[in-house]
Design a protein around this ligand. Structure first.
Ligand SMILES: NC(=O)c1ccc[n+]([C@@H]2O[C@H](COP(=O)([O-])OP(=O)(O)OC[C@H]3O[C@@H](n4cnc5c(N)ncnc54)[C@H](O)[C@@H]3O)[C@@H](O)[C@H]2O)c1
Length: 341
């Protein structure tokens, strides 16, 4: 098992299986509340078993699946479960599941008794390479992630064995985020994905993606600077996702292609062909039909990343060299035309 550190706070352990003991010993910890979702229940039960054998009281709390978990109503019912269980200041919350579980677990841990320790055990690739790292937590209101705190996990355990049987759509989705991280910070990760696609070794993909995200988050925890680069492909991707029936990963893949075309025009970025062929190798679409470009543009006119001068987007001068640019609607139209819009 291999260890890494994020923002000076989070220890990350990557490997097959789980460390033993799972949690570093602490005399004031008696109880552990384990939050999970339908697709990760067996892992959560395994975690509970491991903790009980370490003489801790462990309780598994099931959450609704996917975004249904990220509401204030669910947070309230979890607080009530914590109260009944007697979760106190020295105790620990563990999120076992995808990004929705770790976002909610981080939020309730960061607010219960003004903050108790949280540990994440991501069971989706997106959770491992992105959502469980960096301390962003949140629940949705009228918009996504409108309420949240920055609350770093003490420990993240990535058991890549859990991901061996991930459904193809979830694998592609996680790989898309890993590729994004490679584009902004690790040319070697891009080479790995362009040459091996979905066959790329998960341990290495996860480790490389976390190393990049860890370095960026350590420099800029609150997204005043470099952290924004991790949004590469996401501004257009979110608009495409909203306007279509495509998944988040599929939409971000298209967003990365469109942003690469814009990068080519604005900065002479020469990786456009590599981006398109990697997205294809990751099992994601490289163009979209039946979607109205005007609708996507309209959504972008209301994007929260706008300021007085228009929309700002992350572009690439080259791989590992991102830049935040003001972009015109005509630039975006050219980007969208690269994915058939
Ligand atoms: N905090 C952050 O920095 C950050 C970053 C990126 C994304 N996110 C958030 O992450 C969320 C998306 O995360 P996600 O894609 O992991 O989605 P998710 O948590 O909704 O999980 C997707 C599906 O996978 C199932 N599942 C989980 N583990 C599985 C396994 N091992 N095998 C089979 N199925 C499994 C779940 O039950 C669910 O149905 C979004 O809410 C997004 O906002 C947060």
């Amino acid at each position: 098992m291999e260890g890494l550190r994020v923002a000076g706070v989070t220890e990350v352990v990557i490997g097959k299986g789980m460390p033993s003991p799972l949690l570093p010993k602490r005399p004031d910890r008696r109880r552990v509340a384990i939050l999970t979702q339908p697709g990760a229940t067996s892992k959560a039960l395994e975690v509970a078993g491991a903790l009980r054998s370490e003489d801790l009281l462990a309780e598994v709390i099931g959450l609704p699946d996917r975004e249904e978990a990220k509401t204030l109503g669910v947070a309230e019912s979890v607080y009530e479960s914590f109260a009944k269980f007697g979760l106190s200041r020295g105790d620990t919350v563990i999120g076992v599941g995808g990004g929705t579980v770790t976002d909610l677990a981080g939020y309730v841990a960061g607010t219960w008794l003004r903050g108790v320790e949280v540990v994440h055990i991501p069971t989706t690739l997106l959770g491992a390479v992105d959502a469980s790292i960096g301390g962003k937590t949140g629940v949705n209101l009228a918009g996504k992630n409108l309420v949240g705190v920055i609350w770093h996990p003490r420990l993240v355990v990535v058991d890549t064995q859990v991901m061996d049987a991930l459904p193809p759509a979830l694998l592609s989705e996680g790989m898309a985020e890993a590729f994004k991280t490679g584009l902004v910070g690790d040319a070697g990760l891009c080479s790995l994905l362009v040459s091996q696609g979905l066959e790329a070794p998960l341990d290495e993909v996860v480790r490389r993606a976390i190393v990049v995200k860890a370095a960026i988050v350590t420099r800029d925890e609150r997204e005043h600077g470099d952290r924004v680069y991790l949004n590469y492909g996401h501004t257009l991707g979110h608009a495409i996702e909203f306007a279509s029936a495509l998944s988040h990963g599929e939409s971000v893949g298209l967003g990365m292609i469109a942003a690469s075309r814009m990068s080519e025009r604005a900065h002479g970025f020469d990786g456009m062909d590599m981006v398109v062929s990697t997205i294809d190798r990751l099992g994601l679409p490289t163009s979209v039909e039946g979607l109205d470009a005007a609708r996507v543009l309209d959504l972008l006119r209301h994007d929260k990343k706008r300021d007085g001068d228009g929309l700002r987007m992350v572009l690439l001068r080259e791989i590992e060299d991102p830049v935040l640019d003001h972009v015109e609607e005509s630039d975006i139209e050219i980007g969208l035309s690269a994915v058939g819009l």
